[in-house]
Write a new protein. Sequence first.
Length: 288
Amino acid sequence: MAMSKGPARTALAPAEVERRRAAFRALHASGCFVIPNPWDVGSARALASLGFKALATTSAGFAWTRGRRDHRGPGREQVLAHIREMVEATSLPLNADFRDGYADRPEGVAESVRLCVATGVAGLSIEDDSGNPDRRLYDLPQAVERLKAARAAIDAAGGGVLLTARSECFLTGHPDPLAESLRRLSAYAEAGADVLYAPGPKRREEIAAIVKAAAPKPVNVIVSTAVGLSVRDLAEMGVRRISVGSALARTAWTGFLHAASLIAGEGSFEAFGSAVSFADMEKLFEGD
């Protein structure tokens, strides 16, 4: 198989890359932390200024900056370039939302993961669906082989990068998403995943079941809607990591579309009254 050169390796010094990876691993050892999802350099730096300890990319948020749908979004090379840019945007560890590894076969996943590790990420996630609009789940044996290939690629590159295995049962319309998620996450843990993640459940009992079944592996839970659960609630349930997916990007788009719609439909600029001031925005980025 021809080896793609991909984008240039990260400009960060190897010692800095290792520092971030060690810090990211330490965050998963105990407690609970929020890993928000910026979609560009500006949003990454804004989140870093608020004291978050790590960041994660969002495939949907990035796709929308390119005027594309998530499941018809930018290809692997564009995504890798974006990930590298996000790695270098702040001093925080970055986890890459790496979809399905941008390949079907295990060897393709391994090649993609090798290129992703070279960007300087501290972690990356691999999903068990095809990444196409039909959201077809891979058969479990194939999904396991794909994850093993990702694990082997990380180890061959020197390790240190946390591998998150995502089971997409809740998002793909599986008839029994909780039971199938538990079955798959157990297999992914045995295949070498460091973190387990089944996006979609919103009820406490479903989240608690996933955390219990995954133990002692850390679990990521996504909160992308107002589900009535706080960070404290999730921490008390044993959740180790909380991401927000595309929610921050959608929140930003909400304000933009509301203001623009008022101008287009009513000729009103009233939405600007609640906007962050120009001076405050300049202050946010004054060190750059």
